[in-house]
Write a protein that binds this ligand. Structure first.
Ligand SMILES: [Zn+2]
Length: 146
């Protein structure tokens, strides 16, 4: 368990829970996650924390069938590059739908879910995943129900 160690996770708990990012008041660019320095303006930038709506759309996605250690029991799962309505892109799991129902440009909404359980300490990490906004997209595909 390396890339999502518990102490680092809890330091970032607030921004994960609230889906926070940064907006530069000088150039107007919006970033996720929170940044200290605007990559565009460098020292001239002025970053303010912003809270995202959680609404976005699927920019691209992939189905993970050979996940990293710690995620094997969730396999397979869908990972999407979600474009938030504020602009930044977020890599996140897509849940609450069948893989074949995931479409590019599908509207999604952030939801707060268990990310993983961590080994013997029983630490459970929570964070954002994304789910379809509603079921209306299902009515638009003419697949027969099976
Ligand atoms: Zn800037």
């Amino acid at each position: 368990m390396s890339f999502l160690a518990a102490p680092a996770h809890w330091r970032r708990y607030k921004e994960r829970y609230r889906l926070m990012g940064s907006k530069c008041e000088i150039c107007g660019n919006v970033y996720f996650p929170i940044r200290k320095i605007c990559p565009g303006c460098r020292r001239g930038g002025k970053l303010e924390n912003v809270e995202f709506s959680g609404k976005g759309k699927v920019h691209s996605y992939t189905i993970v069938r050979a996940p990293p250690e710690g995620f094997t029991k969730y396999s397979p799962y869908a990972i999407g590059l979600i474009e938030l309505e504020e602009g930044p892109k977020v890599i996140s799991q897509i849940v609450d739908c069948d893989f074949e129902d995931i479409k590019i440009d599908m509207s999604v909404q952030a939801c707060f879910r268990k990310l993983m359980e961590q080994g013997k300490d029983g630490i459970i990490c929570y964070g954002f995943k994304f789910r379809p906004v509603d079921d209306s997209w299902k009515e638009n595909n003419n697949k027969p129900l099976s």
